[in-house]
Design a protein around this ligand. Structure first.
Ligand code: GLN
Length: 549
């Protein structure tokens, strides 16, 4: 026996019965024997007590059954003779289950909607479907079941659940569902090259007119050509990018890309504004750590290879010990080889620790987050934010940064504002005690909080772009308003930062793509002993570290 279930959506009276009868007619014309069941989820046992005003005519069957008028349609369309059991109501099912309960059929058990009512529905449907409905007594092959009312009606729920189970009981090849629904309004949003095209496609289908009318917004309708032109331009640009920029994201949760959702979006906004196709290489920080301590030399080689080949590097925020040494390695490499670098929060802290260890020769430099008794506590607790509890006790949210140096790259990128506001989320900070030494050696804290205690932005002298922020600039990046530190990283990665700054930060994306890369674009430097080709990488599995270069 094959079953076709016809359900309704949104409102009743949209023609479920006609659809179901038409299915039957087509099958009957193909010489299939068809029967039908009509389910009415009301509590009446049958239609005998209805006023015609309530539900229309009461239809009478051969066996004297007083049933819903839909059964009349099935009999006429399919030229069959139905029985009173071909009309199921909630009342009938409950009557049946309750009389079984009184007889003691469920002795000792609690009788419930699931499974007792839902089982009774399935058994009833299977039994009735197999009954002959023609004079020659042939067993039907297909049963069309029409479920009255609409999906979502409270009284229809047990039937919906029963058929959900039924599809597994009779198997997939014997069950199909047709949902007949009113569809009052529809927007068709097909797959698009970028998400920026979605609002544009919606608008082209009249969504603004719809909202204006339905919500009585009284918006004057804009001239279509000018409307959303910035978005159209952005979408156009996103579809026609031809040059790549590759950024290595050195993180700790790289297996789950959503861990860095705002950072990757901020990179995307910045790359688009520069007219570049963004490629992010997610690099597990721990894989950059000293290979003698790494269990897997192949991961180490692969990580360093990807890292060295990228145009720029971002070390995002993070917590705890794991991966910190790898992030410090990343900072060191970017500082020494002049690779464009953006550190965020923990990324700033690791840059300061690295500089203290390797430039100031403070070998015991560390953050108290990792080593509470560090010989040189370069990054320290903020006691006022750290009462020993973890939840919600950090320095959080929007705070002001004041620029302390006029020649700062970030100050220029932020439009030469004296002060900016960005969002924070940290428990530790740069120890102000070490700031004078760090600055003398070339690490400048160009942005600070209003009290001049908290170091908010650092920049390295004599480097094309070595920038780190204690705040998280990614949170305030917008598709049409990229975050300045990210934009700086992207421009520096393709050697266009200086041209951009020299023109007062006023180049449009189109003008930017016409600008030649300036001389400062750093050469790709490969780390010693890092295998270069992919084939060698695969072979590298059996090789010890340093056996090839
Ligand atoms: N763990 C560091 C701190 O709490 C950095 C936090 C971060 O990167 N969000 O200060």
């Amino acid at each position: 026996m094959k079953y076709i279930l016809v359900t309704g959506g949104v409102i009743s009276g949209v023609g479920k019965g006609v659809i179901a009868s038409s299915f039957g007619t087509i099958l009957k014309c193909s010489n299939i024997h068809v029967t039908s069941i009509k389910i009415d989820p009301y509590i009446n046992i049958d239609a005998g007590t209805f006023s015609p005003y309530e539900h229309g005519e009461v239809y009478v069957l051969d066996d004297g059954g007083e049933v819903d008028l839909d059964l009349g349609n099935y009999e006429r369309f399919l030229d069959i003779t139905l029985h009173r059991d071909n009309n199921i109501t909630t009342g009938k099912i409950y009557q049946h289950v309750i009389s079984k309960e009184r007889r003691g059929d469920f002795l000792g058990k609690t009788v419930q909607v699931v499974p007792h009512i839902t089982d009774a529905i399935q058994e009833w449907v299977e039994k009735v479907a197999n009954q002959p409905v023609t004079e020659d007594g042939t067993k039907p092959q297909v049963c069309i079941v029409e479920l009255g009312g609409t999906i979502g009606d409270i009284e229809g729920m047990p039937f919906v659940e029963a058929f959900r189970q039924f599809q597994f009981r009779v198997k997939k090849e014997n069950f199909v569902c047709a949902h007949v629904s009113m569809v009052p309004q529809v927007l068709c949003i097909h797959d698009l090259p970028s998400i920026y095209r979605v609002p544009i496609l919606m608008q082209s289908q009249g969504i603004l007119e719809f909202f204006n009318d339905r919500l009585q917004l009284n918006i004057p309708m804009p001239p279509p050509r000018k409307f959303m032109y910035k978005w159209k331009d952005l979408a156009e640009r996103a579809d026609t990018l031809c040059k790549d920029v590759t950024i290595a994201l050195v993180g700790k949760y790289t297996k789950l890309e959503d861990s860095y959702a705002s950072v990757t979006k901020a990179l995307q906004h910045a790359a688009l504004a520069a007219g570049l196709r963004l490629k992010i290489k997610y690099i597990e920080a721990a894989n950059l750590e000293d290979v003698t301590r790494s269990a897997d030399p192949v991961s180490y080689h692969e990580a360093w290879q990807q890292f060295c080949k990228s145009d720029g590097v971002i070390v995002p925020g993070g917590f705890g010990k794991r991966g910190v040494d790898g992030k410090i390695e990343a900072c060191k490499w970017c500082r020494e080889t002049k690779k464009p670098f953006l550190g965020i929060c923990l990324g700033l802290q690791t840059a300061v620790i690295e500089f203290s260890r390797n430039v100031l020769n403070l070998t015991g430099a560390n953050t108290t987050e990792i080593d509470p008794d560090a010989e040189h506590a370069i990054v320290i607790d903020m006691p006022e934010y750290n009462p020993g509890m973890m939840g919600s006790t950090m320095r959080l949210g929007k705070r002001t940064t004041v620029f302390a140096y006029d020649n700062s790259v970030l100050k220029q990128l932020y439009g030469n504002k004296e002060r900016i506001e960005e969002r924070h989320r940290h428990r530790y900070e740069v120890n102000p005690k070490y700031v004078p030494q760090l600055e003398v050696a070339g690490m400048k804290f160009v942005g600070r909080d209003e009290e001049n205690i908290r170091m908010e932005i650092l920049e390295l002298d004599d480097h094309p772009y070595f920038v780190a922020t204690q705040y998280h600039p990614e949170y305030l990046s917008r598709p049409l308003k990229p975050s300045p530190p990210f934009f700086g990283l992207i421009l520096a990665s393709v050697g266009k930062l200086h041209s951009y700054l020299a023109r007062g930060c006023r180049l449009t994306p189109r003008q930017l793509s016409d600008v030649e890369s300036d001389d400062e674009i750093p050469e790709t430097v490969m780390k010693d002993n890092i295998v270069i080709s992919n084939e060698m990488l695969t072979e590298g599995k059996s090789k010890s570290v340093g056996s090839s270069s």
